[in-house]
Design a protein around this ligand. Structure first.
Ligand SMILES: [Zn+2]
Length: 391
């Protein structure tokens, strides 16, 4: 018998005893036969369990449970057990059965309704779960938990308008700061509006995101993308500069698009200044390499290699080292090239095996930037990695 079945047997014990007690009392007036009959159900169920027939055992136990104020908690515990085991259909049946009882006290009915909502969440039946949590939302006892579930539903269904209003209501109840999430919901909305080329609404959503969280890097990056698409590159550059101020950790993400924007303006000097400013606030290898390219263009490869080497001494990075080795391969004697190439391959392999992004909350790591961590589902916690293997 596995652990959960053992738990089930223990859970049912008081019910078996209680049924016996009740029937015993009734039996004084009626018959002693029914007492022994009902008590036997428990042993029938137990027998199924011992014979490795858990489904039959469960059915027997559920049949045994008369719904009244004494057994509701056992019903709820059993329902949760089913859900945790992934047997959501059984949990739904049990909770529905509970709710259908007209004699159930209103507070207990709400408790069972909440659990049914959780069953629907597990089953991915978000429309049904939504209507339950909406019903429970006005109840002080269930308000915060229902709003939290509704927020999950609206994120899953990408209904960002409702996600925003739900998060705002939750903020007033749980007194926690949900500004970061709300700003991302506005960014998601802005992305949807950008897809529809509704630039006016997208701009309004991004403005709102930045009003709520002035450090929202994503909103600034989207603002820059949108400005570039609309043919206003100077506005885009302004937004990229904003990213450096908001969070220098994201500098690696803006070097390539900023370069493209400055190129469209044929403003190399402006790009050089932009990189210098980036390097004042971050040690990003991407910024170092972009700056080295400009040095190479004007002062030659030797000066560029010296610049990279100097930066590497201060802030070692595999990405910078790879560029330096590549430059040496180009100018090395033929006899030295194979060993330099081998060195390049080894460093490259090590660099490729290292993650570029890390979630500060759960430790999820990968090569791509996610605004919402795919593992812990928190917003804004996955950040570009710095140091040897990162930027
Ligand atoms: Zn995470």
């Amino acid at each position: 018998m596995n652990e959960w079945l053992f738990y089930l047997v223990v859970l049912m014990l008081p019910i078996a005893a209680y049924s016996g007690y009740r029937l015993g009392k009734r039996g004084k007036r009626t018959s002693r036969k029914s007492k022994s009959h009902l008590s036997r159900d428990y042993f029938v169920g137990l027998n199924y369990l011992l014979n490795e027939q858990p489904d039959k055992a469960i059915d027997t136990f559920v049949q045994m449970l008369e719904v009244d104020s004494e057994t509701v908690e056992t019903h709820l515990a059993l329902g949760n057990l089913f859900r945790k085991r992934g047997e959501v259909d059984k949990a739904i049946r049990l909770h529905q059965n509970l709710i259908a009882r007209p004699s159930l006290l209103p507070q207990l009915r709400k408790l069972a309704l909440f659990e049914l909502g959780m069953d629907y969440m597990s089953a991915g039946l978000f429309d049904r779960a939504e209507s339950i949590f909406k019903e429970l939302k006005p109840e002080p006892q269930h308000k915060a938990a229902s709003l939290r579930q509704l927020m999950i539903i609206y994120q899953q269904t990408r209904d960002w308008t409702n996600a925003v209003s739900t998060a705002e209501q939750l903020q007033a109840v749980d007194h926690q700061d949900h500004a970061k999430e709300i700003a991302h919901f506005y960014c998601e909305r802005a992305e949807q509006q950008l897809d529809l080329q509704d630039y006016k609404q997208a701009a309004a959503s991004l403005k709102r995101a930045l009003q709520i969280d002035s450090a929202c890097v994503r909103a600034s990056m989207l603002k820059a993308d949108m400005a570039f698409q609309q043919g206003t590159p100077k506005q885009a550059i302004k937004a990229y500069r904003e990213v450096i101020r908001q969070n220098p950790a994201y500098v690696p993400e803006i070097i390539a698009p900023a370069e493209r924007t400055f190129q469209s303006l044929r403003d190399e000097k402006g790009f050089k200044q932009f990189l210098e400013r980036s390097l004042e606030h971050s040690h990003s290898a991407s910024a170092v390499l972009a700056y080295a390219e400009l040095v190479e263009k004007h002062d030659g490869e030797k000066a560029a290699a010296e610049f990279i080497a100097k930066q590497l001494q201060k802030h070692p990075s595999l990405k910078g080292l790879l560029k330096l080795i590549a430059m040496h391969i180009e100018h090395a004697q033929e006899s030295a090239k194979p060993s330099l190439q081998m060195l390049y391959d080894i460093v490259d392999k090590s660099y490729q095996s290292k993650p570029s992004f890390l979630c500060q909350t759960c430790g999820f790591s990968g090569k791509s930037l996610y605004w919402q961590c795919p593992s812990c589902k928190n917003w804004d916690t996955v950040q570009p990695l710095t140091g040897l293997g990162g930027e």
